[in-house]
Design a protein around this ligand. Structure first.
Ligand code: OSB
Ligand code: MG
Length: 351
């Protein structure tokens, strides 16, 4: 299958309200879609680097790497594209290109992408709601999540004093019956983390991502041992090292962002290694476009559609490149169609 046309389509999508986390605020989302065309079919991928979050590569470097990859794909065969993925030296660009290639190849084979990745057919993926930071309007977002059928709501912590946030979380827990997934994005010293985690130990907490500003396998293990719920490694994955993490099992959970890891196959490999080591794996999106979220959702469906993944970021965008996958009763509904199951629409579909 020869790639007859390769297009790059930049986007800038405003958020309904800023996405705030410890160390980062995001007001709009910029990325580039890559589209591959062959025999009347198209495959799409999303490249949306997050320079403000640790571990992300510089945006200009990323788009330059995507541009180079697009150039080398023009006129190449689909299989040559897949064989050349390892040569793309930028994780987010590689993720976009691999998504587009596998979307196209799954469409050729008439299979939804998760089926093309070797999984049984799934119609939905369980997800946590994304409720933003623990601020004044958090309670209304949590109540809305409960109303919309979510069992787990994710909240960013580490943006205010740890004792104050523990009090706010307790107040929220008394208002709405829901489980909390917290993400400190490396905000706390070990002492602050201990103070917060001890103060909320009796609340319905599903897990806490990245509690420590300076995580090591030793301090994470100490913290995990005093927690009744899962702690998770997310952005510290490569700093701590996947192999060391699997051997140590210092935290119960690992968050994998395929956009940051650099592809579907690489993420599947890490996820299976983590599962074999006895860790829980959660796949998350990066407040990217509906194309990126759909790709991560297909991957999550291939891995474990029943575990709540962090893929409900679509509602934060005021505009999107395609109608996002619908959220129903705490799950992302997967399209029936082949490949990703969605294509860019409106201005993003013209070329
Ligand atoms: O996990 C979720 O529900 C949403 C994804 C998310 O929180 C996130 C989005 C962009 C960048 C970093 C993160 C994060 O998990 O730290
Ligand atoms: Mg996280």
């Amino acid at each position: 299958m020869k790639l007859e046309q390769v297009v790059l389509r930049p986007y800038a999508l405003p958020l309904k309200q800023p996405w705030r986390a410890a160390h980062a605020t995001l007001g709009e989302r910029r990325g580039v879609l890559i589209g591959l065309f062959s025999q009347g079919l198209a495959g799409w991928g999303d490249c949306a680097p997050l320079p403000s979050f640790s571990g992300a590569q510089d945006r200009a470097d990323t788009f330059a790497a995507l541009e180079r990859a697009a150039q080398s794909l023009r006129g190449a065969a689909l299989d040559e594209g897949l064989a050349g993925l390892a040569a793309i030296d930028n994780a987010q660009a590689r993720w976009a290109v691999e998504t587009a290639l596998r979307d196209l190849s799954a469409r050729r084979d008439g299979l939804p992408l998760h089926r093309a990745l070797g999984a049984a057919a799934a119609s939905q993926v369980a997800v946590n709601a994304a409720a933003g930071p623990l601020d004044e309007s958090c309670a209304s977002r949590v109540a809305a999540a409960r109303q919309n059928g979510f069992d787990i709501v994710k909240i960013k912590v580490g943006l205010a004093d740890a004792d104050e946030e523990a009090r706010r979380l307790r107040a929220l827990a008394s208002e709405t019956a829901i489980r909390f997934r917290l993400d400190a994005n490396r905000a706390w010293s070990e002492a602050e983390a201990r103070r917060f985690l001890d103060a909320v130990a009796d609340l319905p907490i599903d897990g806490v991502e990245e509690p420590l500003a300076q995580p090591t396998l030793e301090n994470l293990r100490r913290l995990q041992e005093r927690c009744p719920f899962a702690l998770a490694i997310d952005e510290s994955l490569f700093e701590l090292g996947p192999e060391k993490i699997f051997a140590a099992r210092a935290t119960r959970r690992l968050v994998l962002k395929p956009a940051r890891i650099g592809g579907l196959a690489a993420t599947l490999r890490l996820a299976r290694q983590a599962a074999a080591a006895g860790m829980e794996v959660v796949i998350t999106s990066v407040v990217d476009s509906a194309i990126g979220v759909a790709a991560a959702a297909q991957l999550a469906a291939a891995l474990d559609p029943a575990r709540a993944h962090g893929l409900a970021t679509g509602p934060w965008l005021a505009r999107d490149v395609a109608p996002p996958l619908p959220l129903r009763n705490g799950a992302l509904v997967l399209p029936d169609g082949p490949g990703l199951g969605l294509v860019p629409s409106g201005e993003f579909a013209e070329f």
